[in-house]
Design a protein around this ligand. Structure first.
Ligand SMILES: [Mg+2]
Length: 387
């Protein structure tokens, strides 16, 4: 079966507003966070308003010559849509749509001049995910079965967000909070983080896992001091303390605080970046983002590199996408999935905007759809040309 067409598209999913009234606005509207750019105080501390964070979701539709179509998604708007439509589509159209390894190798090799990372890896991700959805539809199997799963009855989730009371009420048993400090803040930042994590540990009790999401806003010196301050709170991991290109920093950090598990990977792209982390044993949990790292095919290569070293893979935002849900259902050394929880407390997750057909958490767990492909129920009339 050959690929007839690859296109970046928009999907306008209709949504009924929630029936339930919120108790209060979500933490996500007001909690100050830190990214690398927040070294400079002129920039907002809300990620939605920071340079480099926008552009929006890009959907990819791949149509086979018999009219069957699959959908994938990635991020970063126009700059990625151009690569999909103008570089990858002409190279891949007319080729065997089931040959996902071959098609990925073409994309990966054609992008070496751009490092096969950044926007190139993101565009490749959207196409790869659409190819997997299409393959599932053509073979009439859910993607987790194509990957060799299921390996568990249901996926355990951890909740990312600062409304810990609401996350606990929803039945989550593991929690990751946001980071309010940039290394530029010095001792004031250290104090802020220590106070926040002390309160979080007190709220969730001693039997629940606790994580902190630094999103690249520390340097090695600050990360070491944070790790020392947080030692009493028995952290499951400290996440993404450093920028992804600072391999030596990751090595130094792990040597300095060997008792603090380090998780990272949502901003690492491609197998080579993860191979370096794993071979230097400076990471304890790898977190590829399936919409950014090169796609599901690349994430499986990353998983295999980590698995061989006894390191678990817990993809970034995995529980929030059908792609991550199928990954977690299929792969043994992926013991839980992230569920980013940024909706208003009080509104049940079943009333929250979502992709039709995608599973919603119940009591901190979920079971992915067993419909063909990723199980998304996207109607043709919701699909519009990009731009
Ligand atoms: Mg993160």
């Amino acid at each position: 079966m050959k690929i007839k067409e690859i296109r970046a598209v928009n999907v306008n999913i209709p949504h009924t507003p929630p029936k339930t009234k919120p108790r209060r606005p979500t933490w996500n509207r007001s909690a100050p966070r830190a990214l690398p750019i927040n070294k400079y105080p002129e920039f907002s501390r809300l990620p939605s308003q920071m340079p480099g964070m926008g552009g929006g979701q890009v959907w990819v539709r791949i149509t086979a010559e018999d009219g069957t179509w699959g959908m994938g998604a990635c991020s970063f708007g126009d700059s990625v849509a151009v690569l999909i439509d103008q570089t990858f589509a002409p190279m891949l159209e007319g080729r065997d749509c089931l040959a996902t390894e071959y098609l990925n190798d073409l994309m990966w090799r054609s992008m070496q001049r751009l490092g096969a990372a950044g926007h190139a890896a993101v565009a490749q991700s959207g196409i790869d995910l659409a190819l997997w959805d299409l393959k599932g539809k053509l073979l009439d199997l859910p993607v987790y079965r194509l990957l060799g799963g299921p390996c568990r009855d249901k996926i355990k989730l951890y909740a990312t967000g600062d409304d810990l009371d609401w996350s606990m009420e929803l039945g989550f048993k593991a929690f990751k909070v946001t980071n309010p400090a940039h290394y530029e803040m010095g001792i004031e930042g250290l104090n802020l983080v220590e106070e926040k994590l002390a309160m979080a540990r007190e709220t969730i009790g001693s039997n629940a896992e606790l994580m902190l999401n630094a999103v690249m806003s520390y340097n090695v010196e600050f990360a070491v001091q944070i790790a020392e301050r947080l030692r009493p709170f028995r952290m499951r991991w400290l996440e993404e303390p450093l920028i992804p290109t600072d391999l030596e920093g990751h090595i130094e950090l792990k040597k300095s605080v060997p008792w603090m598990p380090i998780a990272t990977g949502e901003d690492h792209h491609g197998r080579q970046a993860f191979r370096q982390l794993v071979e230097h044993r400076c990471v304890d949990v790898v977190q590829p983002d399936l919409k950014w790292c090169g796609g599901l095919s690349e994430a499986i290569k990353i998983y295999t590199i980590a698995e061989a070293a006894g390191i678990v893979s817990i993809p970034h935002g995995g529980g929030n996408t059908p792609f991550g849900q199928h990954f977690a259902m299929a792969l043994p050394e992926s013991p839980m999935a992230e569920y980013w929880l940024g909706t208003d407390p009080g509104i049940p997750l079943s009333e929250v905007r979502s992709i039709p057909g995608m599973a919603t958490p119940i009591e901190g767990c979920l079971i992915p759809s067993d419909a063909p492909g990723f199980g998304m129920e996207i109607k043709e009339e919701w699909i519009e040309p990009w731009g």
